[in-house]
Design a protein around this ligand. Structure first.
Ligand code: NDP
Length: 385
């Protein structure tokens, strides 16, 4: 029997919900491009429930316990005295979400001799040291596509919020004001701006498609070029690198995975190549940008705004400089954990577990590391040190 250790974010401060704003979720059976949504044999939750917090348990408890497995769920994940580190020593499987990542460092992996499978309930497995996983033969899997559209919608929202100066204007309403000049002195139209994405994978391409009707110029840079039909359909300009793209863009959105090639990509040098007054949206990973260089760029006006939901570390400490820098629109890491996304990645996690326990292959599109090497999606999108 296996021990499954699951790290989830805390319940709401008001307690685990007993009612929800909506009664049902819209259903889809496949994603853009044709990949089918998760298809476990069964789920033990109602789509639309809060599944990503500790009491939600990703809807897995009755399934796992009915098979005789031990299921430990905690939000306590930092430091040597944490529940996570204590329970890890004899865990066979670790599940965590990028929003509240259980960092599987080389040291922690070394302390977990039984560990065979690390599941990311969501997308982005950079919280797992992939080189160590490769060395130890640990399978790393994530629920590819489960929340890609959720993130793309968030990028569009944040782009408009920054360009149109929404958040400060809303604040004037909360403060009882009617300060139209204060609101409009930083507000612009997105129309005719040049918008570029670093990476045009599932999220990046979905952002481009969603922004097309705004009549903007669309740009991208990626290691592999999109099909000529897609470039033509969206009237895309491809750039060989981020530097040549950011020079011509008014809005830049980052949609690549964090791996050695992309870590710290947006440093003082690259930010210095951006047009004065650019907007930068990062829902990919906090470490893709240099934390303090972002603050400097906002203070100097090189960036007119920065928004996103990814930080390092997570949760961000109360004194993280991004909480107080000017003209930002940051949220906690939430874009990929809407209730819609949770239903999908909880089902995908269950599908991966069913495959693992029944000795069936895990879908190639869910694999990041398998058999001691980058595999499936991991082979395409990641690089190991
Ligand atoms: P995909 O794998 O579909 O796309 C990633 C793309 O990044 C690929 O096209 C890949 O290129 C490209 N890429 C990799 N390295 C580089 C590089 N150095 N320069 C330019 N492009 C590069 O992933 P998704 O779109 O689904 O997700 C992207 C990332 O978004 C995730 O890895 C995760 O970090 C983040 N994410 C954030 C969420 C949130 O809640 N904020 C939720 C989900 C994901 P190619 O394959 O062509 O080589």
């Amino acid at each position: 029997m296996a021990k499954i250790l699951c790290v989830l974010y805390d319940d709401p401060v008001t307690g685990y919900p007993t009612t929800y704003a909506r009664d049902t979720l819209p259903q889809i059976d496949h994603y853009p491009g044709g990949q089918t949504v998760p298809s476990p044999e069964k789920v033990d939750f109602l789509p639309g429930q809060l599944l990503g917090s500790v009491s939600g348990e990703l809807g897995l408890r009755s399934f796992l316990e009915s098979l005789g497995h031990t299921f430990v769920v905690t939000s306590d994940k930092e430091g040597p005295d944490s529940v996570f580190e204590r329970e890890l020593v004899d865990a066979d499987i670790v599940i965590s979400q990028p929003f509240w990542p259980a960092y599987l460092t080389p040291e922690r992996i070394a302390k977990a001799p039984n560990l065979k499978l690390a599941i990311t309930a969501g997308i982005g497995s950079d919280h797992v040291d992939l080189s160590s996983a490769i060395g130890r033969g640990i399978t790393v899997a994530e629920v590819t596509f489960s929340n890609s559209i959720s993130v793309a919608e968030h990028v569009v929202m944040m782009t408009l919020a920054l360009v149109r100066n929404y958040l400060p204007s809303y604040q004037w309403v909360l403060d009882g004001g009617w300060n139209i000049a204060d609101c409009s002195a930083r507000a612009y139209d997105l129309e005719a701006m040049q918008v570029g994405t670093v990476a045009a994978g599932r999220i990046g391409l979905a952002v481009l498609r969603r922004l097309k009707p705004f009549d903007v110029g669309l740009h991208y840079t990626d290691r592999h070029r999109l099909a000529p039909e897609i470039e033509a359909e969206l009237n895309l300009t491809w750039h060989p690198d981020a530097e040549s793209m950011v020079r011509v863009c008014d809005v830049v959105t980052i949609n690549c995975p964090l791996h050695p090639e992309t870590e710290n990509m947006f440093d003082d040098a690259l930010l210095g190549k951006m047009k004065r007054g650019s907007y930068l949206i990062n829902t990919a990973r906090g470490k893709i940008v240099d934390r303090d260089a972002i603050v400097r760029a906002l203070e100097s006006g090189r960036l007119a705004g920065y928004a996103g939901d990814v930080w390092y570390p997570q949760p961000a400490p109360a004194d993280h400089p991004w909480r107080t820098m000017p003209n930002h629109g940051m949220t906690p890491h939430i874009s990929g954990t809407s209730l819609t996304a949770q239903a999908r990645y909880a089902a995908g996690t269950r599908e991966i577990l069913e495959c693992f326990f029944q000795g069936r292959p895990i879908r190639d599109e869910y694999l990041i590391v398998d058999g001691g090497r980058l595999a499936g999606t991991g082979q395409h999108s990641y690089s190991a040190r």
